[in-house]
Design a protein. Structure first.
Length: 264
């Protein structure tokens, strides 16, 4: 009788142990895949800029621009509908944070690939090449980067412009702004003598306002790419995004979009 009792006890313990082990065994759980999550949700969540013509800005309350059209191309591939997107406004200073706290699936926001950012997020293949430039008043005597010595120069918080300009001219006085509009207003008001950022962004101001001009020299080569979380769940999405960029190059979509947004 005693022997039978212990056999029953041992059997119960083994069942419990097996059940616990099974639950703890990660191989028995399906790993969450972001592509599946997106399809189940029914829309992409993309971080974009809303003040950066012609890449991402608002027109009659709608998100438009070069980066917006790239997001729509990806949405069409994943969800078979280019409009299945929720756009979330990001800035250079918060876009990495919003991506890593999972507020967005990806960031398409004139983001340059840098070694520091590669430590935090994954980057897609580059989809655009820009160069950093300097915007000044048309009446300004500034003709080159050397003329910015000890001058007040505007940059956007969180952009690569500050680091680059400091390397070239350590004595420059950097003034940070949250938006391009704020920096542009400061330039017009004479609070700063120049703005430094990517030429494709500053060109819009020079084309629409004859009181400012771009200096001719470009002092960096900026590769724009799509930012995606650096984790196992996002690897499938990164693969799909890279495939989409390759397809956009091969089918002529990128060339058409550059022409559409006057980025040639």
């Amino acid at each position: 009788m005693k022997e039978k009792f212990w056999i029953i006890v041992i059997s119960i313990v083994l069942v419990i142990v097996y059940a616990v082990d099974y639950k703890l065994d990660k191989a028995n759980y399906k790993e969450e895949d972001l592509i599946k999550t997106i399809k189940s949700r029914g829309y992409l969540i993309v971080g974009v800029k809303t003040d950066t013509r012609p890449f991402g800005y608002l027109e009659n309350g709608k998100n438009v621009g070069f980066d917006i059209d790239i997001a729509k191309y990806i949405a069409k591939d994943i969800l078979h509908n280019p409009n299945k997107i929720k756009f979330v406004q990001v800035t250079p200073s918060n876009r990495l944070y919003l991506l890593n706290v999972q507020d967005v699936d990806m960031v398409i926001a004139t983001m340059t690939i840098t070694p520091e950012r590669r430590n935090i997020i994954s980057f897609s293949k580059p989809y655009f090449v820009a160069g950093q430039a300097v915007l000044v008043s048309s009446r300004s005597n500034i003709k080159s980067l050397a003329d910015l010595d000890n001058k007040n120069v505007g940059v956007l918080y969180g952009s690569t412009a500050e680091k680059n300009i400091r390397l070239i001219i350590p004595s420059v006085n950097i003034i940070g702004y949250k938006t391009y509009h704020d920096a542009y207003s400061a330039l017009k008001a004479g609070k700063i003598v120049a703005i430094t950022s990517d030429d494709t962004i500053l060109r819009h101001y020079a084309l629409s306002d004859s009181s400012v001009k771009l200096l001719p020299k470009r002092y960096t080569r900026e590769l724009y790419a799509i930012g995606i979380r650096k984790n196992q769940e996002s690897k499938g999405l990164l693969k799909v995004v890279n495939m989409n960029i390759t397809n956009m190059v091969n089918d002529g979509t990128l060339t058409k979009l550059k022409r559409k947004w006057k980025l040639n």
